[in-house]
Design a protein around this ligand. Structure first.
Ligand code: SF4
Length: 309
């Protein structure tokens, strides 16, 4: 396993900062194409609750997002570290390769081009669904990866298709594994390379330990380059919150989650990039598990388990 900060340092020869932006997308699971309610755990903001300015022009969003990380530069400078500002623009919330019901991908292509051309931007990370990668989008991303660093994040969440149906994920596992392959091939055809990251959630209702380990194994076998594992958060405004309040399932205890990580980490190959082993729940809407609100402590404890972060 390689931790993401080391992975980026190897590529860019310095520390880089991810800045979260909003592409103004929605999701087929919300706009009626596949469904209206979204995945059962997804917050109203499309699981991106720290992004300023959905209605701002992309240039303005970039400036605002850069300003938000300025404090990190001053702290690094105060520690005597050499600070040189480099950013990966990160389209995190909703489905960022989904052009909407009218299918106008040109708007997204132009937006991504603008974002990667901004000063000090060295790459792009795009969160999406595996069933929202048209041939045109793949060709665009493949070609882009020949010019800059491209990271595509796919939400798998679980390999248990019953759990996936309960969560209203809306695609089969096979669509996910095909997407990883199609992304890699699209980049290869253009002479580039796409870094594929898979999102996995531990603690979904209906998933046992074996299911969670199978999920990690599926991601590894599918050829993902990186992985993000998070504990399931219950947040306000979701159908999951209603299920939780009705006592239909329990959130994972801290030690239960740590035990799952201890089992999962040995399944990861040596060159797998670990992007995250804990989430960053928005405290103001977090219902459970409460222990995740103490982010610093959780990060320290996970560092002890994994030797990473
Ligand atoms: S696919 Fe992503 S954005 Fe869409 S509803 Fe599910 S979690 Fe939310």
């Amino acid at each position: 396993m390689i931790f993401v900060s080391d992975f980026y340092k190897k590529i860019f020869s310095q520390k880089v900062y991810k800045i979260a932006l909003d592409a103004g997308c929605t999701c087929p699971n919300r706009d009626g194409t596949l469904g209206r309610g979204g995945c059962i755990f997804c917050s109203q903001n499309g699981s991106g609750d720290f992004i300023p300015g959905r209605n701002l022009a992309i240039e303005e969003q970039i400036e605002k997002a850069k300003a938000l990380v300025e404090s990190k530069f001053s702290r690094a400078a105060a520690r005597g570290e050499k600070v040189s500002k480099k950013f990966i623009v990160y389209f995190q919330n909703f489905t960022n390769t989904y052009a909407g019901a009218d299918g106008d991908e040109g708007r997204l292509f132009a937006l991504f081009e603008k974002a990667v051309s901004a000063p000090d931007v060295v790459g792009i990370a795009i969160g999406t669904r595996p069933d929202c990668l048209s041939e045109g989008m793949l060709a665009f991303l493949g070609e882009l990866s020949e010019r800059t660093f491209v990271q595509i994040e796919l939400g798998l969440q679980t390999a248990n298709e019953k759990t996936a149906d309960y969560c209203r994920r809306g695609f089969k596992n096979e669509v996910y594994t095909n997407a990883v392959d199609r992304l890699h091939k699209a980049a290869e055809n253009a002479g580039g390379r796409i870094h594929v990251v898979t999102h996995v959630i531990f603690g979904l209702p209906g998933d046992g330990t074996d299911d969670m380990m199978e999920t990690v194994k599926l991601a590894v076998a599918g050829g993902t380059d990186g992985i993000k594992i998070t504990v399931l958060y219950v947040v306000e405004g979701t159908d999951l919150a209603k299920e939780y309040r009705a006592g239909k399932f329990k959130a994972l205890e801290k030690e239960e989650y740590y035990d799952l990580l201890r089992k999962a980490l040995p399944l990861l190959p040596k060159d797998m990039v670990v992007h995250r082993l804990t989430g960053d729940p928005p405290k103001r809407i977090l219902i459970a598990p409460e222990w995740t609100a103490d982010k610093k402590r959780v990060m320290n404890e996970i560092r002890g388990i994994s030797g990473l972060m």
